[in-house]
Design a binder for this molecule. Structure first.
Ligand code: ARG
Length: 286
């Protein structure tokens, strides 16, 4: 089992990010545990709601709401069960919203749009199995990490690709804008395989479909979705070599420390009371 060390260098430990959070939240809300915003009238549709600095409410775009952007093609983190988006991220987000006394709203979109949404003020947070990377840290802030992801390689069962080194010169399928895309599209000097050897798809399932049709030779994607895609499709397997190990965290607009602190505090509580682990265990059975 060997790791691509050059790729690892691109990754940043979520823990490091967290180290700067918490402690000195100057003027903002003195977290009253029992504050559950005016129960009486359920959101007065915009009228009074935009007063700035209402100390009791969460630091979100719309009072009383937590808007989450995601890309729900990524089981077991976010995917559709009928018309509902379920999964680890969806459930953790719901638990966070409950702790914060706000209502969760999930918007499903392309992965890259889900990332961009926090920077353009369309969503409060992106939760989509998002890997913390140095590049992303330039445009957004991340909470502490709540999960680990591993980039893996899916191949047809009879493939001649047996290790990562065999990927050279092969056509690699990825989900556009993901770390799998970013690493693979990089130049060989930087540990990648070159843009010309990478085919980008709108989602993991579309990339896997192309693999089944022989349009690409392999798919590089996060391990848990990979397991789920392989389970749902005959004739595929996951290589026994890890491509890169990553930290998943929640992304917020750069500089939104108030929200970041609230999310980190709520995450801490969910970790301490066992909720986080219970949600993960519900979806991932080793
Ligand atoms: N962890 C990878 C990244 O951050 C892939 C995430 C894709 N997530 C999704 N919901 N489709 O780039």
């Amino acid at each position: 089992m060997k790791l691509h060390t050059k790729m690892m260098a691109l990754l940043v430990a979520g823990a490091m990010v967290f180290a700067t959070g918490c402690s000195s939240s100057s003027t903002e809300s003195t977290t009253e545990e029992t504050t559950t915003t005016e129960e009486s009238t359920e959101s007065t549709e915009g009228t009074e709601a935009t007063e700035e600095g209402t100390e009791t409410s969460a630091a979100t775009l719309e009072e009383g709401k937590l808007l989450m952007s995601t890309n729900a093609t990524f089981p077991p983190y976010e995917y559709y069960d009928g018309d509902t988006i379920v999964g680890i991220d969806a459930e953790i987000a719901a638990a966070l919203a409950e702790k914060m006394g706000v209502e969760l709203e999930i918007a499903d979109m392309e992965f890259e749009s889900a990332l961009a949404a926090v920077q353009t003020g369309q969503s409060d947070m992106v939760m989509a199995g998002v890997t913390v990377t140095e590049d992303r840290l330039e445009n957004m802030d991340f909470t502490e990490s709540y999960a680990t992801g591993v980039q893996v390689v899916i191949v047809p069962e009879d493939s001649d690709i047996t290790t990562i080194d065999d990927l050279e010169g092969k056509l690699i399928g990825v989900q556009q804008g993901t770390t799998g895309d970013i690493y693979c599209s990089d130049t060989p000097e930087n540990g990648g395989y070159g843009e010309e050897n990478v085919q980008k798809f709108g989602s993991g399932p579309l990339a896997v479909e192309a693999l089944k049709n022989g349009q690409v030779d392999c798919v590089v994607i996060d391990n848990e979705p990979a397991k789920s895609y392989v389970e749902a499709n005959e004739g595929l397997k996951i290589l026994d070599t890890e491509f890169a190990v990553e930290d998943y965290a929640i992304g917020v607009a750069k500089g939104n420390t108030a929200l970041l602190d609230e999310l980190n505090a709520a995450l801490d509580e969910l970790e301490a009371d066992g909720t986080l682990q219970a949600i993960v265990d519900k979806y991932i059975h080793e």
